[in-house]
Design a protein around this ligand. Structure first.
Ligand SMILES: NC(=O)c1ccc[n+]([C@@H]2O[C@H](COP(=O)([O-])OP(=O)(O)OC[C@H]3O[C@@H](n4cnc5c(N)ncnc54)[C@H](OP(=O)(O)O)[C@@H]3O)[C@@H](O)[C@H]2O)c1
Length: 235
């Protein structure tokens, strides 16, 4: 059976690069983004690959997530990558935290990935019943690591990814009996809209590394935090 990837935030940046990598390797890709009709790169890929389908999905819209899960009922999903993410406000100092913006970032970076995992669990279980080992992957960030935090600040984004890591850890324990592997990924510092032009690596380089990590993910790595070069990151 052709393996299937479902990915969020597939219209640009790391999500788009991952979409392209998996299509090149013969996967069926269910690419989700807020506005597929105005996602030119996805449209170009669609002309090249019949195995690509696109779906409108704002990850923070729980009704839309439930609807998509229903639309795709009975479709086994071998790999689900929760990639969509938001940095939120930049350059604010202590005393200026915008709590409304914080709630929005938590909604997209932390709450939505768990809601999506819950909604697509039946699809992952279908893949497991087919003899595959499905993977639930979350694009986190090293910035969410407590042990790596040497510079302070970044309260909103850091806390959203740290909380996401806690979600990943619990999922890895809860889903072990179902034969599903779970992993938090750090994509590197990547040249995207979020990473900016001074970032160290391109999106295709990050996507290539992340795919290698996912291709070789073992049971003992489930529930860990791994970067695009395969290096484990401390929580
Ligand atoms: N770039 C880096 O250096 C870096 C480092 C560590 C971690 N990350 C993580 O990598 C992931 C991808 O980021 P990126 O660098 O590729 O950033 P990006 O180019 O800014 O892309 C962000 C993606 O998330 C989508 N998104 C944001 N809010 C959404 C929502 N409510 N519903 C659906 N999609 C939404 C965006 O869609 P729209 O186009 O519709 O806005 C876009 O597709 C994020 O989780 C980010 O935190 C990035």
């Amino acid at each position: 059976m052709t393996p299937t990837l479902l990915i969020t935030g597939a219209n640009r940046g790391i999500g788009l690069a991952l979409t392209e990598q998996y299509l090149e390797h013969g996967w069926r890709v269910i690419a989700c983004c807020r506005f597929p009709g105005s996602a030119p790169h996805l449209m170009t890929l669609k002309k090249r690959y019949a195995s690509l389908s696109t779906h409108a999905l704002d990850v923070s819209n729980q009704a839309a997530v439930a609807q998509l899960s229903e639309t795709l009922a009975n479709t086994p999903i071998h790999l689900l990558i929760n990639n969509a993410g938001l940095y939120g406000p930049k350059g604010y100092t202590l005393g200026e935290t915008d709590t409304a913006a914080w709630q929005e970032v938590l909604s997209v970076n932390t709450i939505a990935p768990l809601v999506i995992a819950e909604s697509f669990l039946p699809h992952l279980i279908l893949a497991a019943q087919d003899g595959h080992t499905p993977i639930l992957a979350f694009v986190s960030s090293k910035v969410g690591s407590m042990s790596d935090n040497q510079s302070g600040g970044g309260y909103i984004y850091r806390s959203s990814k740290a909380a996401l890591n806690a979600v990943v850890k619990s999922l890895s324990i809860d889903l072990r009996p179902k034969g599903i592997r779970t992993v938090a990924l750090h994509p590197g510092w990547v040249q995207t809209q979020m990473g900016g032009p001074n970032a160290l690596i391109t999106a295709p380089t990050s996507a290539h590394g992340l795919k290698q990590v996912l291709d070789t993910l073992t049971d003992s790595q489930s529930g860990s935090f791994i970067d695009y070069q395969g290096k484990e990151i401390g929580w």
